[in-house]
Write a new protein. Sequence first.
Length: 184
Amino acid sequence: MPDDIPGSARRETELERADRNFVELLQELRVVQTGVQILFAFLLTLAFQARFPALDPFQRGTYVTTLMLAVIAAALFTAPAAVHRALFRRGAKREIVSVSSRLAGIGLTVLSLALTSAVLLVVDVVYGTPAGTAAAALTLLVCTGLWWLLPTLMGRRATGEGAKGGGAAGYEDGAPPPAGGPGG
């Protein structure tokens, strides 16, 4: 049952719905943020490993790209807290939820690229570039399937839209879906 559609079984005001949506979004971000922090910490330690100087230019470029993608993902996932703090008690909850949802969607897209790049780097170092490229493609495919295609299909089934277009389920106000979806 769609719970964010006015007139649904939930009896809540628009402000109560915005509050609930923001709390739910923050819970989602807490889960994702932990993974981003672990990835970032792992990447920070790599440059100080004895084998790091032996990386070829492609691997070094992949490392720096992965590191930057992880930083951008972390910034996108923490931005909703900063937006909320800046606009706290200004009557902007609905806008905070909308912008935060967009930031989270973009963050998932960037995170999928960071994970893909990290897999490319590790598998390239261990097995070579062809295997790294194949593993990276599979990683991107899995992220796209789980983070964009699955919610999109579930959203269509739940709303009965079938062939109608639109963003992924759970992304309010047309926020961009993650991992290769439109605008991602």
